[in-house]
Design a protein around this ligand. Sequence first.
Ligand code: PNS
Length: 163
Amino acid sequence: MRRGMCPGTFDPVTSGHLDIIERAAGLLDELVVAVALSPDKGGGPLFSIDERCELIRAATGHLPNVSVRPFDTLLVDFASELDATVIIKGLRAVTDFEREFQMAQLNYRLVPDVETMFIMAIPEYMYLSSSAVKEIARHGGSVAGLVPENVSEALAERLARSR
Ligand code: PNS
């Protein structure tokens, strides 16, 4: 039984994340989407950890071997706790490479038994990021197709409340 994890901040989950999750789920028996608390990222997340988890759960309901878990520890410690042997990350452009390479090297140094593997983003989502989605939504632009429908609704609601 091969269990993997797909970690990230997911503030919020995008169609690009979802594509990587779907493709990773097809390669593994079980996939845990590991949602990091990341309290300091980008001036603090827009959605709470519970909200981010719920948005991913709703968007991955069609994937029976996918579960969603929050964590606030070292990624490799959470992998050991879950008995996950592979960390799956999405790679968009070359700009992702240096940071991902560093994280993969450090994680390997900490726990060599856990392998990091990368799935390339499809061209349609190469440019997509949670922060770009939030910026578009904040300025009233359409995020249709860039995020799952439930996330689009949650963004509209959250940003209307903060106006
Ligand atoms: O979506 P992100 O913000 O690029 O994901 C980064 C994440 C959450 C995978 C990374 O920050 C992480 O693994 N955080 C957990 C703490 C940890 O293990 N840090 C050391 C990594 S070298």
